[in-house]
Ligand binder design. Structure first.
Ligand SMILES: Cc1ncc(COP(=O)(O)OP(=O)(O)O)c(N)n1
Ligand SMILES: Cc1ncsc1CCOP(=O)(O)O
Length: 496
């Protein structure tokens, strides 16, 4: 059985200046890559064969396969273990005739049709891509993201094998593999990586990081279900922990709510920092408890900062909470949400019914500006479906709030109508979730929405509250006055 899990594809033009390609492959093989593909675009045939022989010596000793990219003649000349061919290369049927059944043949596919044809014609595995953007190769099609990879994988027969390629690195490999877990239990066999390994300063360290990320991605445990009373106790516990630890919540958020959400974070017990400049987001990473990305007012600086901060957060395993404000309202917002969900591992997405239906791609709830027009008749099924699709916890706000991790779904019946009459209450709810995100993400999403709902009920009851404006000030006060006991007493939580 071929192990495709950690697949090194070479490119000598990208090799770090401190080594040559042969040393790079030796180090990568010693560190545990499971298969190697020699991919050279500029080499003359003689030099190609010589290089292939050297790499074959290394891979044979480690008992792993060496495939040759595009050049069936080179593979035959050195008796390599197989080839990888693209859609414009030698047809699969001819390659198979030349190489015989004992050799591995991989075929690139960017569409369902290409993948199906390759499998029908006897490809041993499919290289699905490009998954993300890459500077290693000029792409002919826009990257498909992990969801596009899964769509191709799910269209193939259950026994078909596939890896994905394009922009894969140690900070996104876990998500890419996890995302490929299909409804019928199938998943990718692994990820193929060029620059993240060959250009790395420290190859053994990089391969170790990649292998750990890949191994985490393959773990697909179904979480145990939790009864509402047990969950309420957990909410009370995480509230006390939040007050004791005051985590730093890094916001890249919109101009409209920046001040209110900073105050809501402080009132609830967190510590806010609002910073979007790419120059500083990396430095902040080490101290940040969670990263909140809110697309309410968009410009290029914000989006660049979000992607940069998001990648750093994924690398540090800091949870990211995304608020795709108004995602269904304009194509810029929709494409920004797609860019963020495709390129980052998002822990929790919080949105109203319109935003969540836009994320799910169903558009079943319309949007007017940043507000949903109406809600959905079946919030529980909408969040469960979207969570399964996105592999993120989904928190959907409305008259009733719904939270799901794809396996466990709950509804929260707290709040007050004034929440819908002030601007920024949804963004404050996202902030509240981000304050709790150091803990189990399902619990964090419930605790955040519960805190907002219960604080709103206390605020609305106050004698000094006469309407939305006084309510907003009182809401910040009541987030500050919240206690674990109040949450336990007032939280109305149901299992769906
Ligand atoms: C594992 C894997 N998947 C896809 C490719 C891309 O191959 P191809 O389409 O032939 O493009 P080039 O590699 O020739 O640029 C691959 N090499 N490996
Ligand atoms: C060969 C190839 N085919 C699709 S993307 C790609 C290059 C991937 O390189 P990297 O892993 O450096 O993004």
């Amino acid at each position: 059985m071929v192990d495709y899990s950690c697949y090194l594809v070479t490119d000598s033009s990208l090799v770090h200046h401190s080594r040559n390609l042969v040393d790079t492959v030796q180090q990568a093989v010693d560190a545990g890559v499971t298969i190697v593909q020699l991919r050279e675009k500029e080499l003359e045939t003689g030099a190609f064969i010589e290089l292939a022989r050297k790499l074959l010596e290394i891979t044979k000793k480690a008992n792993i396969p060496l495939l040759i990219n595009d050049r069936v003649d080179v593979a035959l000349a050195v008796d390599a273990d197989g080839v990888h061919i693209g859609q414009d290369d030698m047809p699969l049927s001819i390659a198979r005739r030349l190489l015989g059944n004992g050799k591995i043949i991989g075929v690139t596919a960017a569409t369902i049709e290409e993948a199906k044809v390759a499998v029908e014609n006897g490809a041993d595995y499919i290289g699905i891509g490009a998954c993300f953007g890459t500077s290693t190769k000029k792409l002919k099609k826009i990257p498909m993201g992990p969801r596009g990879v899964l769509e191709i994988l799910e269209a193939l027969p259950a026994n078909a094998k596939a890896v994905t390629i394009g922009g894969i690195n140690s900070s996104n490999a876990e998500r890419v593999i996890r995302h490929s877990h299909g409804s019928d239990g199938r998943k990718l066999e692994g990820v193929a990586v060029v620059s993240d390994i060959v250009a790395a300063e420290n190859v053994p360290e990089k391969v170790a990081e990649l292998k750990q990320a890949i191994a985490r991605g393959f773990i697909n445990t179904v979480p145990a279900s939790i009864y509402p009373d047990e969950l309420k106790l957990k909410v009370a516990q995480v509230f006390d922990k939040l007050r004791a630890t005051s985590p730093l919540v890094h916001h890249i958020t919109n101009f409209v709510v920046m001040n209110d959400t900073a105050n809501a974070t402080l009132a609830l017990g967190g510590s806010p920092i609002m910073a979007q400049n790419i120059e500083e987001v990396h430095e902040l990473g080490k101290f940040v408890g969670s990263l909140l990305l809110n697309i309410g007012t968009l410009n290029n600086e914000f989006v660049t900062g979000m992607v940069g901060a998001g990648k750093a957060a994924n690398k540090n395993r800091t949870p990211i909470i995304l608020d795709p404000v108004g995602a269904g309202a304009s194509s810029l917002r929709k494409s920004t949400m797609k860019l963020l969900t495709d390129s980052l591992d998002i822990g929790i997405v919080k949105g109203n019914a319109g935003e969540i239906s836009c994320l799910a791609g169903t558009g079943e709830v319309e949007m007017r500006g940043v507000d949903s027009v109406g809600g959905t008749n079946d919030g529980a099924s909408m969040v469960t479906r979207t969570s399964k699709l996105e592999k993120s916890v989904i928190a959907m706000t409305g008259v009733v709030d719904y939270v799901s991790d794809g396996h466990r779904t709950y509804s929260i019946h707290n709040g007050h109508e004034y929440l819908g009459k002030i601007t920024g209450s949804g963004c404050m709810a996202t902030t509240a979730i981000a304050c709790y995100a150091a803990d189990d993400l399902l619990v964090a999403a419930i605790a955040g929405l519960a805190s907002m709902g219960v604080a709103a009920e206390y605020a609305a009851k106050r004698s000094d509250v006469n309407g939305p404006n006084t309510f907003k000030a009182a809401l910040i006060d009541e987030l500050h006055n919240l206690t674990a006991e109040k949450l336990l007493q007032s939280l109305k939580l149901q299992k769906c």
